[in-house]
Write a protein that binds this ligand. Structure first.
Ligand SMILES: *Cc1c(COP(=O)(O)O)cnc(C)c1O
Length: 419
């Protein structure tokens, strides 16, 4: 029983049952966390990270040793030849967009193997305001996921022959489809390369980093990209993104980020290096806590009578849990509960609003040290069928768990669940 929060005894009991139910998954998550913690430590040591690399630079940033070192450490951890890790990537979408524009040329075909990419890439690919891939004469096609959410391997053999880039989204995004494991990504890469050895396989790796013991580049992905206010920033990096993969391709992406010719050789790091290194070092622990929180959420809300995705003991490749709450009222109550358990802005009441780019109102709960950081406990829900909420993060397991208990308590207070 909590000494500090007023949680109904029955909710506490259900939470305890949920933890028992998740114990097998927790053991697996601990093991993965330990392996990844060692992997990250080894990369710091192998690359001889020193105190000098934590210091800031200004101006052009020629010869910024910390920046180059961070790229090398990232590359080793991600199983890549090279990496481009910069605080000047404003978000994950920016890193993915830079990778696409870095590789694709007029007349090329981008083929998504996992259906429609994440919402924020709509404008990057099709946008009519000017500057989209489409405007530059890059063609786009997609292979939809099968009705059960699985990958359509048959279609890859038929349709990947002529693409320049084959695109994979690892995490589920705002859908209830399963996320795609690194082992499945490996099979997809094999399927693409069998019919088109020159295709560049690009993976949107957002929310996936360090959840498994291997990463997409370990199994042959040519390029991956993601955000540092998700997994690899470890809850410490205040902004940024990364691209990693084949050296020649990372070079092309760096030309797109800065200028052709200067590429990775420029860009000062200001005082960001220390936070980026520290965040990366913390990332295996932070991701472990987030995956445990998500796993607990699956078990707990399942016991409370809701459908959860994935179910608690299912093998995970990202930090997301989706919970089908079934009504507008329940979504709002859930998000209010999560918000009330946040370390920052606990006193704020989240409300549904019309967010640009979405076709329905959205409600979000986020009380984070870094604005919008979804490695911290957070929940978002579009207010439409099937009235599901997507939750993720939790810098520490105990705080994440309490956030979820408060969400359940709010559902009980509003008589949405009976105990
Ligand atoms: C978060 C995310 C992105 C990028 O979103 P940003 O908000 O721009 O960082 C892209 N794809 C997926 C699957 C994501 O979860």
């Amino acid at each position: 029983m909590s000494c500090y929060f007023n949680i109904d005894k029955k909710i506490e009991e259900i939470a305890q049952k949920a933890e028992e139910k998740a114990s097998e998954a927790f053991a697996r998550i601990d093991h993965t966390g330990r392996c990844n913690g060692e992997k990250v430590l080894k990369a710091f040591i192998d690359n001889r990270v020193g105190d000098m690399h934590l210091k800031g630079t200004t101006g052009y940033g020629y010869g910024d040793a910390g920046r180059d070192k961070l790229d090398a450490v990232y590359a080793q951890i991600l199983g890549a030849e090279d990496a481009l890790v910069r605080h000047t990537f404003v978000n994950g979408t920016h890193a993915i967009s830079t990778a696409l524009f870095g590789i694709l040329r007029p007349g090329d075909l981008m083929l998504s193997l996992t259906g429609k990419p994440y919402d924020t890439l709509n404008d990057v690919i099709f946008g009519e305001k000017g500057g989209s891939l489409t405007e530059f004469g890059i063609k786009y096609d997609q292979i939809d996921l099968l009705p059960d959410g699985r990958v359509n391997f048959g279609a890859i053999h038929e349709r990947a022959r002529s693409c320049k880039a084959a695109y994979i989204q690892r995490s589920r995004g705002y859908s209830l489809r399963p996320s795609i494991t690194v082992s499945e990504i490996s099979e997809m890469i094999e399927a693409v390369k069998r019919v088109n050895p020159d295709a560049v396989v690009i993976v949107d790796n957002c929310y996936g980093e360090l959840v498994e013991r291997v990463e997409p580049c370990d199994v042959g992905a040519d390029l991956i990209a993601g955000s540092l206010i998700k997994n690899l920033g470890g809850g410490i990096a205040p902004t940024g993104g990364y691209i990693a993969g084949r050296k020649d391709l990372v070079e092309l992406c760096s030309y797109r980020l800065t200028t052709v010719g200067t590429g990775k050789e420029v860009g000062c790091t200001l005082d960001m290096n220390r936070d980026m290194f520290l965040g990366l070092f913390m990332a295996p622990e932070t991701v472990k806590n987030a995956v445990k929180t998500a796993t607990f959420a699956s078990a707990f809300f399942d016991l409370l009578g809701f459908e959860t995705y994935p179910y608690c003991n299912e093998y995970r490749t990202d930090i997301i849990t989706a919970i089908k709450l079934g009504s507008r009222k329940a979504l709002i109550a859930f998000c209010e509960g999560i918000q009330s358990g946040s370390p920052v802005d606990s006193f704020v009441n989240p409300e549904p609003w019309d967010m640009p780019g979405y076709d329905s109102q959205v409600i979000m709960a986020a009380g984070a040290f870094t604005m919008g950081a979804s490695i911290e406990l957070s929940a978002d829900a579009p207010l439409r069928e099937p009235f599901a909420v997507w939750m993720q993060g939790g810098l520490t397991y105990d705080s994440g768990r309490m956030g979820l208990l408060l969400a359940a308590q709010r559902l009980a207070d509003k008589e949405i669940i009976t105990l």
